[in-house]
Design a protein around this ligand. Sequence first.
Ligand SMILES: Cc1cc2nc3c(=O)[nH]c(=O)nc-3n(C[C@H](O)[C@H](O)[C@H](O)COP(=O)(O)OP(=O)(O)OC[C@H]3O[C@@H](n4cnc5c(N)ncnc54)[C@H](O)[C@@H]3O)c2cc1C
Length: 549
Amino acid sequence: MSQIVREKMEYDVVIVGAGPAGLSAAIRLKQLDPNRSVVVLEKGSEVGAHILSGAVLDPSGLDALLPEWRSMDAPIKVPVKEDNFYMLGPAGQIRIPNFPMPPLMNNHGNYIVSMGNVCRWMAGVAEGLGVEIFPGMSCSELVYDGDRVAGVVAGEFGRDPATGEPGPNYEPGMELLGKYVFLSEGVRGSLAKEVIAKYELSKGHCSQKFGIGMKEIWEIDPAKHREGTVTHTMGWPLGSNAGGGSFIYHLENNQVYVGFVVHLNYENPHLYPYMEFQRFKHHPMVAELLKGGKRVAYGARAISEGGYQSMPKMVAPGVALLGCSVGMVNVPRIKGNHNAMLSGKAAAEAAHEAINAGRSGDELSSYETEVRTGAIGKDLKKVRNVKPMWSKYGLVASLIGGGLDMWTNTLGFSLFGTLRHGKTDAAATGEAKNFKPIDYPKPDGKLSFDRLTNVAFSFTNHDEAQPAHLKLKDPSIPISVNLPKYAEPAQRYCPAGVYEVVAEEGKDPRFVINFQNCVHCKTCDIKDPSQNITWTTPQGAGGPNYPNM
Ligand SMILES: Cc1cc2nc3c(=O)[nH]c(=O)nc-3n(C[C@H](O)[C@H](O)[C@H](O)COP(=O)(O)OP(=O)(O)OC[C@H]3O[C@@H](n4cnc5c(N)ncnc54)[C@H](O)[C@@H]3O)c2cc1C
């Protein structure tokens, strides 16, 4: 690596990732000083291509960043009109009335949006202010200057698929250097992971917790479509096998987001999150809604669930972690976009103040103080005990105890203090011999689909002439350890069918990585019980091409 020479470009602030956090930071930096030089690097083929959050947007982040957004023709047009919450059994459902819910759970005042489209729109606003945005630029490495983060390497390609060494068409990419580097890579960012480990940012905090979220967009019978309706469910089909639940959001044009989240601290390694999602759509209430409709897109992405007590230290010399690279999702509300925006704004304000004072490359500690004590910290603190209760005591206890705790927190106190999270999601995985395999019904091709057919609806594409971007620390582990001990769960937890154990007669089983299918959800990096898989950025603009997820 040391002999590779790269062109360098210098900016005031280098931002990795054009999600709501990174774009908010870029916009705020330019609002504060139009002469500030700001670059945003995005690995998707275009802004929004990798954004999966068929979302109910709490507009508080946007209100703070762009108070005039309502007159700016933003793609935020569908206010929530109806909010339903159901507990499902195999053949029926019970509606939980809204009145016992703490006020923070209320969705009125929120909007059903495609966050991909919101990010495309925010990118236009940022460019209008003079921000440089480069899509198709994976940031593969950090650049250090002594102990500080000084920049990133982006746009490298042409490594040999077999050796990983520079091939005949090798392009080294560029070094983009900044007074400050913002990592807004979203959940389980690959560079953020390096920074968290190098500077021991998790010390003294709970380990981060995650879920895997899968989503389809359906076009349904107009007679069944109720624009502005939000439905959440819990219970069947997961039961006591895992935490999680579903969301169904009716957006515009007879489209519905149908999504399912499985908490990744499940123990039974036979659990198959993707098939749980497919099975869920056969519940009579859901099947009735979707019957006669068609699925037009599919995607998946991990979601951070650790909340308040899992937020690591978020600054180190020259670098700040933003949004879900820290983990700012309010789990019971399933909302993180507003906090991602607020964090981008706060990081920009801290960098602006620092640069004006002639500083560079130090820790933006005022950013961290604002996150922990300002609107983000207050939002997350109120709900901090819901997830640990759910993990320890199950769904019903967490609904009652977590509901009570959210109520008392709304009044300013908690009976429980701050509960800690348990083991990492990887360590929570139990041995296969202690659990029963789960028999999943075969997809019917109408309501439910096999995984590879669905992956085609994520429009995922990777140049095959590159080394696999999913790296095994020890290539022998999947077959020698994970297969006998955990029935190699990568075959099931990956929502894109990247990992296979191929057993041919007379031959030893082989572990195959179909990296071309990868939708960049990062579940493998999180859930592999041996922590042997490292997700790195692929070359070029590989990955999903989500239309309006
Ligand atoms: C299934 C699901 C449903 C959700 N529903 C909601 C909801 O209804 N409401 C809500 O408010 N929140 C919701 N969330 C949470 C929300 O998606 C996140 O809180 C939010 O996306 C965080 O924003 P971010 O900017 O931090 O990261 P992201 O939105 O993930 O954006 C990160 C960007 O960085 C890019 N990137 C990453 N690494 C690199 C790299 N090394 N180089 C270049 N580019 C890189 C990515 O391609 C991506 O475009 C949901 C999440 C999931 C998974």
